[in-house]
Design a protein around this ligand. Structure first.
Ligand code: ADP
Length: 466
């Protein structure tokens, strides 16, 4: 497979070269056309000049041409590529370049033909043009001018054209070289961030799939300070991906260590109790068995909670939505906690209004069970109030207690898995810090939000269901 840099470079170079060839061809054609027009005009003017100069050599007094001057003019023009023949008005030859200097004429003719056909690809032949020579309006002779037709370039013009062509060639080569360099730089500028992103994605994937090895690579972050929008976006997406994976990795590690920690306490207790019974320190009576049973139940509850949370967080939650009255659900749930609240001397007050809703009844019940059990658990005196706030479109429920409250530094984290605000207290209350995480997952599956506020006078948990 061809690399991106090479492909971009080749495309740019090909495109620029093609544009250059087309441009050069067009410029060349146009220049040549203009130049040829000028040359043809120049030849015609020169022919007229020759006629004028020859006519000036006529002497009316002697009714003859100055033969020495005619010869000088004729010889001069042979070198310019003009083969002259001058005759008088009766047609008798006065001077003929060919018969005068045959060898030189042939040399000039051959060199012009070779130059025009070889160098300029203009195939033609020597053509003769006749001009009458007049003096004071009277015909005094005839001039025949033989030149290479349709047109020809003089030595100076040939030299000029060759240098122009050479200049074109050098400029073209320099331009192609420059375009190759620019193409390479441009391709590298585009391909470099893509290659870096590819490399980073590969390292991140390898880090994610490896057990412990290159976990450090999840910390890879790419620079997103590119001027191209798409490249900056690509880097940002890779960074976002790495951040998400790193966060997932961190949470996974945290969960495993939290679970191990939660299991260690009851298991240690069970181990100690069983060893005490085996050693005969304890008798296997109802009291000791009951406390062992309680620890086992704690482990079972923990495993069930973790299972519920994992299902909620990792699998798509299939909500079994039915229509029911939210007030009725809250009333039934509160009823379940009446005895526990009464035991603690805590009052439960209900401020409910009929609120029909379409939601998953059992899962919402789980949410309010978790919230209410916390409210009663962490309240030693006072009351717990369950309120449905009036709202036509959404459902807003608040559960307010007059309990111990939550410290401001814990408040933002209480919805995290296995986060307990008060570690020492949890042993007696028995919570593993999963209840609120379960509640949050269920509410979010319903498209709602859950939040908490707390102060010295207690806590308020607000549930918003759209
Ligand atoms: P737990 O099973 O430990 O109660 P949760 O996820 O339900 O776990 O709650 C997480 C933590 O939030 C609790 O350990 C507790 O410290 C704090 N918390 C929850 N509800 C209340 C409340 N009503 N009053 C005071 N603290 C609370």
């Amino acid at each position: 497979m061809i690399s991106l840099t090479r492909r971009l470079t080749l495309t740019y170079v090909l495109f620029i070269s093609l544009a250059l060839v087309v441009l050069t061809f067009m410029v060349n054609q146009i220049t040549r056309q203009i130049f040829t027009g000028l040359i043809k005009q120049n030849i015609a003017e020169k022919n007229n000049d020759i006629v004028r100069v020859i006519s000036e050599q006529y002497n009316p007094n002697s009714d003859s041409f100055d033969s020495a001057a005619i010869e000088a003019i004729g010889m001069y023009f042979i070198h310019e590529g003009y083969i002259l023949t001058i005759s008088d008005e009766r047609g008798d030859c006065i001077w003929d370049a060919r018969s005068h200097n045959m060898r030189e004429c042939m040399e000039v003719v051959e060199s012009i033909a070779a130059r025009m056909e070889g160098e300029f690809r203009v195939s033609g032949s020597f053509q003769r043009q006749q001009y009458p020579i007049r003096r004071a309006g009277q015909l005094v002779g005839n001039l025949s001018v033989e030149t290479y037709g349709p047109f020809f370039y003089s030595e100076t013009e040939t030299l000029f054209l060759s240098s122009v062509n050479r200049l074109f060639l050098i400029a073209g080569l320099a331009f192609v070289l420059l375009s190759v360099i620019i193409s390479m730089l441009l391709s590298r500028a585009i391909a470099h961030p893509i290659l870096k992103a590819e490399e980073a994605a590969r390292q991140i994937a390898a880090a994610h799939s490896s057990g412990n090895g290159n976990r450090q690579n999840l910390k890879i972050r790419l620079s997103d300070r590119y001027k191209t929008k798409e490249l900056a976006g690509l880097s940002r997406s890779i960074n976002e991906l790495a951040r998400e994976l790193e966060e997932g990795d961190r949470r996974q590690k945290q969960l495993v260590s939290d679970i191990a920690h939660e299991l260690r306490t009851p298991l240690t207790y069970l181990q100690g109790s069983i060893e005490a019974i085996l050693d005969g320190v304890w008798v296997m009576d109802r009291k000791h068995l009951a406390s062992c049973h309680e620890e086992i139940m704690r482990i079972i509850r923990l495993v069930q909670d973790i299972n519920t949370l994992t299902n909620l967080e990792w699998e798509h939650i299939n909500l079994d939505k039915t229509e029911f009255d939210l007030a009725e659900l809250l009333r039934i749930t509160a009823e379940q906690f009446k005895a526990a609240a009464y035991k603690k001397g805590v009052a439960i007050t209900l401020n409910l209004i009929p609120s029909p809703i379409k939601a998953d009844y059992d899962r919402l019940k789980q949410v309010f069970i978790n919230l209410l059990s916390n409210a009663i658990q962490y309240t030693d005196q006072g009351s717990v109030a369950i309120t449905i706030e009036p709202s036509s479109k959404s459902r807003r429920i608040s559960i307010t207690d007059t309990g111990s409250g939550i410290a401001p530094e814990d408040l933002p984290r209480i919805f995290e898995r296995m986060y307990r605000a008060d570690k020492s207290r949890s042993r007696s209350t028995g919570g593993a810090g999963i209840g609120l995480a379960i509640a949050a997952a269920i509410i979010s599956a319903h498209g709602g939000t859950i939040s908490a506020e707390s102060g010295a006078g207690g806590s308020v948990f607000r549930v918003f269901l759209p």
